[in-house]
Design a protein around this ligand. Structure first.
Ligand code: FMN
Length: 182
């Protein structure tokens, strides 16, 4: 068993177009401390991410953060889970070989008997291809907006996109996960 203490600097610098796909019945599970450091992950997690499970424990979850993901997506997630609210969303993750895999993710806080947040748990499944096809160009626009004007710009753009489509973030995510939307 190795113990590499992986950090973001160990992530691949060059991303590739090599896509891995989850099987229909797979669940990727991980748990983090309150700062986002991995304290548990299952076998499919380490297989898809491409690291030994023992090396992943203690690593920050941003190890598998893909550069195509807009920062605003993680802000929305953290703002919700820190208030003990559930987050659902589509995430493109980075594998150790520079490739990627898409997930439909659920993140929730774990609380003690006093309601204090002690850790976070995430469960992920394979998203429908139609959801990936719909969300990838939106994320691209958000990433481009962030390059120009930071998260203020992407937050504004996301708000405008949802208003134009007469929807909310939650509604959009569930429509896409059911295979609907345009
Ligand atoms: C339980 C849990 C699971 C997470 N899973 C992922 C994930 O699969 N991929 C990811 O990029 N970020 C995930 N995050 C978010 C990361 O903590 C982090 O906010 C994100 O990677 C952006 O990191 P950065 O702001 O340092 O670039 C997760 C957070 C929590 C609490």
């Amino acid at each position: 068993m190795s113990m590499k203490n992986l950090s973001k600097s160990d992530a691949p610098k060059n991303v590739t177009r090599n896509e891995k796909k989850l099987n229909d019945n797979d669940f990727i599970v991980s748990k983090t401390d309150t700062k986002g450091k991995i304290i548990y992950c299952n076998e499919i997690f380490s297989k898809m991410a491409g690291y030994d499970a023992s090396d992943l424990i203690g690593a920050n979850h941003n190890l598998i953060r893909h550069p195509d993901m807009p920062r605003i997506a993680f802000k929305v997630a953290w703002d919700l889970i820190q208030k003990d609210k559930e987050f659902f969303g589509f995430v493109k993750n980075l594998s150790s070989d520079g490739g990627f895999y898409w997930v439909f993710t659920y993140i929730t806080a774990d609380t003690d008997s006093n309601g204090k947040i002690i850790s976070y748990t995430s469960v992920r499944r394979k998203p429908p291809q139609s959801a990936i096809d719909a969300i990838a160009p939106v994320y691209k626009l958000l990433v481009d907006a962030e390059k120009r004007g930071g998260m203020d710009a992407s937050a504004k753009l996301l708000g405008e996109f949802l208003a134009e489509n007469k929807t909310t973030y939650e509604e959009l995510v569930f429509t896409l996960q059911k295979g609907g939307g345009n």
